[in-house]
Design a protein. Structure first.
Length: 277
């Protein structure tokens, strides 16, 4: 009821400030997350952002503490690789040509992420600091699983802030139904009302994803298993989330079932533009 909502909101002012560990992903992922992190710092929460020394957009701020770790590549190497990947997105060609280029491009990008994550997990001084800091929660974008590995190592509640994960891994981790007969796959330009042949096309669209996601995420599974000294799968890392903050909205996508810990926050990117009532 409205009275209950007002009461709960009034109690928020009595809550003690928390200590949040943030493991961001560079690029548009961080640009979306940064505003949330800045506001949390302004509201009195102690926020620590862990990022590599070489980044495109992750910069220090007065609203949070920045902890850096070294990586084995330069800013020029990183920029060159991302630029090449973006150029591919606008190229024309057959499905097979585009699939091979996507495979190679994603493989190179993944190597940067895994290499950086490996150097973070090998940084004993930084790990000791994180272990001794007694954080309350960890905020990350699970499209790169380094934050998820740290959350498991530090036994912290994980908050995932994301637009989506390739191959529907987020659906599998949250046990949300995703039947190809009803849920159109990305980039198919299909709707939720499909003919039989369109349903077959939608089903076939998942096949390349099986190959791409296997090589794209398996290195993180191997890295996590070695670091945590136990067998860990990608689904284990994704499934540990306490809360999923989904940067999407049913205005933009077809309605689908959501679990109770999945919260759509699609308007977060429109914070500077007040929408009419």
């Amino acid at each position: 009821s409205p009275r209950a909502v007002v009461l709960l909101l009034s109690l928020l002012g009595l809550a003690a400030a928390g200590k949040l560990l943030v493991v961001p992903v560079d690029g548009s992922h961080w640009l979306s997350m940064r505003e949330v992190v800045e506001i949390l710092g302004q509201k009195g929460h102690e926020v620590v952002v862990v990022a590599p020394e070489v980044t495109m957009h992750i910069k220090p701020s007065k609203n949070f503490v920045m902890k850096r770790y070294s990586v084995p590549y330069s800013k020029g190497d990183l920029g060159k690789e991302f630029q090449a990947f973006f150029h591919f997105s606008f190229e024309q060609g057959s499905f097979l040509e585009r699939f091979v280029k996507a495979y190679r491009g994603i493989e190179r990008i993944i190597k940067f992420g895994v290499s950086g994550c490996q150097h973070l997990l090998q940084n004993k001084e930084l790990l000791r600091y994180l272990e001794e800091s007694k954080f309350d929660a960890l905020l990350t974008d699970p499209v790169v699983l380094c934050g998820a590995i740290l959350a498991k190592h530090l036994s912290l509640p994980a908050v995932y802030f994301l637009r989506g994960i390739p191959c529907g891994l987020d659906f599998a981790a949250t046990q949300c139904p995703r039947p190809p007969s009803y849920v159109p796959r990305g980039f198919t330009q299909l709707t939720d009302r499909m003919s039989f042949l369109q349903r077959v096309q939608n089903l076939l669209h998942d096949i390349p994803d099986l190959f791409i996601c296997d090589f794209a995420f398996e290195p993180y599974s191997e890295l996590a298993s070695a670091f945590l000294q136990q067998d860990v799968t990608v689904q284990d890392l994704l499934g540990q989330a306490s809360v999923w903050l989904l940067r999407s909205d049913f205005v933009l996508e077809y309605p689908r079932p959501l679990m109770p810990n999945i919260i759509p926050i699609g308007g977060v990117n429109c914070a500077h533009k007040e929408l009419p009532q």
